[in-house]
Design a protein around this ligand. Structure first.
Ligand SMILES: [Zn+2]
Length: 46
């Protein structure tokens, strides 16, 4: 499941973007950012 974060109040939004409109329930903001899974990049510095 992909999480979303409101760009306004930065609250996490847990919705289904397919069925529901992506609107922040907290501030009704429509600017929603996709929350990227924390991905640790393995950079090997040699
Ligand atoms: Zn919001």
């Amino acid at each position: 499941m992909v999480g979303y974060i409101c760009a306004k109040c930065e609250s996490e939004i847990d919705i289904n973007p397919v069925r529901e409109k992506i609107i922040c329930p907290e501030c009704s903001g429509r600017v929603i950012l996709k929350k990227r899974p924390v991905e640790k990049k393995t950079v090997e510095a040699r």
